[in-house]
Design a protein. Sequence first.
Lengths: 112, 112
Amino acid sequence: MDDQMQSLATEMNRGFLQVLVLALLERKMYGYGMIKHLEEAGYRIEENTLYPLLRRLEKNGWIAGDWDVSETRPKKFYVITETGRKVRGHALRLWEEQATTLARVTEVERDV
Amino acid sequence: MDDQMQSLATEMNRGFLQVLVLALLERKMYGYGMIKHLEEAGYRIEENTLYPLLRRLEKNGWIAGDWDVSETRPKKFYVITETGRKVRGHALRLWEEQATTLARVTEVERDV
DNA sequence: ACATTATACTGTATGTTGCACAGTATATCA
DNA sequence: TGATATACTGTGCAACATACAGTATAATGT
């Protein structure tokens, strides 16, 4: 059952991770830094998850990336775009809706 | 951008729909009835989504189904199993965690 | 009486995405 | 000089929401 739970957890990350990154990128950040930042906030995201995700979000035009080669090691910094903000808003509303639906359903279960 | 939003919405349903069904099946119900029940609660789930989902959850042993052929039309009734309850609990905890993480991240953004 | 709509399912195909696996290359520190 | 941290790229797989297509009975309208 652990495998199955892991699989469900993965599914639950879909969407959530996109919103999380969109929220995070209100401030300019680069991939590796985001991982460390989230770790400090008590959340672990896989490199293998984040990097492809950033590429997808950029391709969608929800975030914009540009290379910083001024320092020792080249880093790709990302920020959210206007479109990204709209998407994030939409997604957060959806999230609320889901929470409401779930609450309503479990509430009904309690009543009966 | 509407297409992209739809795609994100779909991804956000993954996991959520599983939890929703697990919550709903605290009471014995059948597929079509669940669709109508949710509609009354203001939520629309596609038949094409629900039926395959029910099959998967049953295969996982999270819900148990059995056919009722006593009435006019055969219906397959499902209920949550003990395993299903454990999974649901786990998932709801994960959901909380995600909410917390998201709140923490957006909070930090506000502060800075 | 006959068509339409609601009921109640099954089966299979597809696109998206989290994550695994593998690889590249520089910097730091013991 | 060898390990560890930094900071990425590229490709492939499995799971799931949803689309598309189909089956079959009951109720309702005309």
